[in-house]
Write a protein that binds this ligand. Structure first.
Ligand code: DOR
Ligand code: ZN
Length: 354
């Protein structure tokens, strides 16, 4: 049978938000991102978190050693902001080229965030420093007050914290990470060019029903939690709009199956094995494949003021069977697994490898 292939060739993309973890888990997953992305902003929420220049250098070396030979993958390191972090660490780490950006986790907002910031006002001097030196601030934008409904946490963060932050630090470059609401889309679109947002593949594909379809599906539990359909549609429109303030950040967050499927399961979706293919699916469905390159490969570098990648990659429209799980080693003779996003599905797009 003759099949006609549709190929699209785009500049090599970057992942502007990625969790690589540590140890054997990191070794098992890094190749999945390096297969497609040239650079990735690596999240610092390890246990303990990356809060010093030495820790970031050490972590970067470990990632480089775990990267498959011949890959030009470059991890861009971030520092985890805490209530008592010294501005000097930011200045020195940024000026030495160790830190690409700093990450703000409101304390207890997500995985390994208990040492995050308990009150944003405590770190206003850090924002002042970052504004002065031009260091980008990456934000997990959710309030953590237990009386705020989990589905409202992002919208309320924007009103209570992001608005004052932009007002007080107009020259600070900020990325609101993994946005999940129409509120965030509109807020970012209507803000200055110093504010941008990343959008994950999973928030483009699923709404909150995915977690409860026919029983509780912890594979779709991530933070910020997926919202109503109206919000998913707004995110799809934003991502495929080509607007420079929206770009790719997978938030691929691997957790072993055993830690997802338990009485207190971890938040996170491991999408690295099919991340770009998953985005391509959305852009194809929206009739916007011509905007995929802006979202995946141009808008991020332009916002961060770094060069666009020199190489190109090709996506081809052909069936792509996603495995039901990925083995990541053994523990006490039991195989450890991670279930990837789109597990068991057949996607329509594949990345061509030489
Ligand atoms: O779903 C998530 N998983 N959201 C985050 O913010 C953190 C991440 C993780 O580290 O597992
Ligand atoms: Zn994340």
């Amino acid at each position: 049978m003759k099949t006609s292939l549709i190929n699209i060739r785009i500049r090599q993309p970057d992942d502007w938000h990625l969790h690589l973890r540590d140890g054997s888990l990191m070794q098992a997953v890094v190749g999945q991102s390096a297969r497609v992305f040239r650079r990735a902003v690596v999240m610092p929420n390890l246990s303990p978190p990356i809060t010093s220049i030495e820790a970031a250098i050490n972590y970067k070396e470990k990632i480089n050693s775990a990267t498959p030979l011949g890959s030009s993958f470059e991890p861009l390191m971030t520092i985890y902001l805490t209530d008592d972090l010294s501005p000097n660490v930011l200045v020195n780490g940024y000026k030495q080229g160790v830190f690409f950006a700093a990450k703000l986790y409101p304390a207890n907002s997500t995985t390994n965030s208990s040492e995050g910031v308990s009150d944003l006002r405590l770190i206003y001097p850090l924002f002042e420093t970052m504004q002065q030196i031009g260091m980008p601030l990456l934000i997990h934008g959710e309030v953590t007050d237990p009386d705020v409904d989990i589905f409202d946490r992002e919208a309320i963060f924007i009103e209570r914290h992001l608005e004052p932050l932009l007002y007080n630090y107009p020259a600070l470059r900020i990325v609101l990470e993994h946005i999940t609401t129409e509120n965030a889309v509109q807020f970012v679109e209507n803000s200055s060019r110093n504010l941008a947002a990343t959008i994950t593949p999973h928030h483009l594909h699923i709404n909150r029903n995915a977690m409860f379809l026919g029983g509780f599906k912890s594979d779709f539990y991530c933070l910020p939690i997926a919202k109503r359909e109206r919000h998913r549609l707004a995110l799809r429109k934003a991502a495929t709009s080509g607007k420079p303030c929206f770009f790719l950040g997978t938030d691929s967050a691997p957790h072993l199956r055993a830690f997802k499927e338990t009485s207190c399961g971890c938040a996170g979706i491991f999408n690295a094995p099919v991340a770009l293919e998953s985005y391509a699916e959305v852009f194809d469905q929206e009739g916007s494949l011509d905007k995929l390159e802006s979202f995946a490969s141009l808008n991020g570098p332009n916002f961060y003021q770094v060069p666009i990648n020199p190489d190109f990659i090709t996506l081809t429209k052909k069936p792509n069977q996603v495995p039901s799980f990925i083995e990541v080693g053994t523990c006490e003779n039991k195989v450890e697994k991670i279930v990837p996003f789109h597990a068991g599905e057949i996607l329509n797009w594949s990345v061509l490898t030489d």
